[in-house]
Design a protein around this ligand. Structure first.
Ligand SMILES: NC(=O)c1ccc[n+]([C@@H]2O[C@H](COP(=O)([O-])OP(=O)(O)OC[C@H]3O[C@@H](n4cnc5c(N)ncnc54)[C@H](OP(=O)(O)O)[C@@H]3O)[C@@H](O)[C@H]2O)c1
Length: 267
């Protein structure tokens, strides 16, 4: 075992903090067993008050931890790898959540010896509601361990690494896509006479209910749509108008545009 069983979040920004909070929320680790790092370490003072350990010294933190989440931006990873390379050992499990950075690129830059996993969660991880896709290019127990960890923070799926860009768009960018739907539905609700808060609550709880119907009934969206569309009723009329205006088409085109963009990024 390298160092302790501490978890390090290297690059504790939006996603890193969400992961740390989710881990504590689910009782997997106490805050004192999680070390958060960033260069502007003063920005982490509020988390230190919550009991997390904080540091600006990635090398020391890596030496003190076993599971290391790499949560920096894609253009920050190369400098970080140069910095921590000397501290990495075969016992370390490195989990990269960095968009578009392949396992091969990490391996080349680093550490053929340590266990590498790529994970793509989304920001709902802070509430234990993430969809996390994971890939690993080695057969080792580390993937199992990391999957177990992410399973407590939502749902997980092990995928081939070639699908990681698609998983990023569907699962991580997907949060933004659904938020835009919720905002639009809220605006429609306001136009029909609700206050913004009322309209938003109705839209959000309805979206949650719709997702639960699929997740819990294991049914198909069209089966659930059939249940709420009466012949000549208002729902089918609205649905058809949405399709005439290109609803499904614009969604698919938007997702594919994100996918094309992510594929142009350096991996
Ligand atoms: N947000 C999402 O929904 C989401 C979902 C899946 C994956 N991702 C991926 O997750 C990564 C992080 O995203 P994010 O939204 O959390 O970005 P972010 O808020 O910008 O967080 C990155 C953090 O890394 C820190 N940092 C940069 N260089 C560092 C270094 N050398 N040592 C220590 N800390 C360093 C930055 O703080 P300082 O400047 O103070 O160092 C910053 O707080 C990205 O690669 C993104 O593609 C994001």
């Amino acid at each position: 075992m390298n160092g302790s069983q501490k978890i390090a979040i290297v690059g504790a920004g939006n996603l890193g903090i969400a992961i740390a909070k989710g881990i504590v929320e689910k009782g997997l680790r106490a805050p004192a067993e999680i070390i958060l790092t960033r260069r502007h370490v003063h920005e982490l003072a509020i988390y230190e008050k919550e009991g997390f350990l904080i540091s600006a010294d990635n090398k020391v933190v890596v030496a003190q931890s076993r599971i290391i989440f790499l949560c920096v931006q894609p253009n920050q990873i190369d400098a970080l790898l140069v910095e921590i390379k000397s501290e990495i050992t075969a016992d370390h499990i490195l989990v990269s959540v960095i968009t578009g950075v392949s396992l091969d690129r990490l391996k080349d830059k680093l550490i053929p010896k340590c266990q590498l996993i790529r994970a793509m969660p989304n920001t709902a991880i802070a509430l234990g509601q993430s969809m996390t896709c994971l890939a690993s290019n080695g057969s080792n127990g580390a993937l199992e361990l990391v999957v177990t960890l992410f399973q407590t923070l939502g749902l997980t799926m092990i995928i081939e690494e070639r699908l990681m860009q698609a998983a990023t768009v569907l699962g991580a960018s997907g949060i933004a896509f659904f938020m835009r739907y919720l905002r639009a539905a809220t605006q429609a609700g306001v136009q029909m006479g609700f206050d913004t808060e009322e309209a938003q609550l109705i839209a959000v709880q309805t979206a949650k209910g719709a997702a639960s119907l699929i997740l819990e009934n294991q049914s198909h969206p069209e089966v659930e749509i059939d249940k709420v569309t009466t012949p000549q009723g208002c729902t089918i009329e609205g649905l058809n108008e949405m399709e005439h205006q290109g609803f499904s088409s614009s969604l698919i085109k938007g997702v594919m545009t994100s996918f094309n963009k992510i594929n142009q990024m350096k991996s």
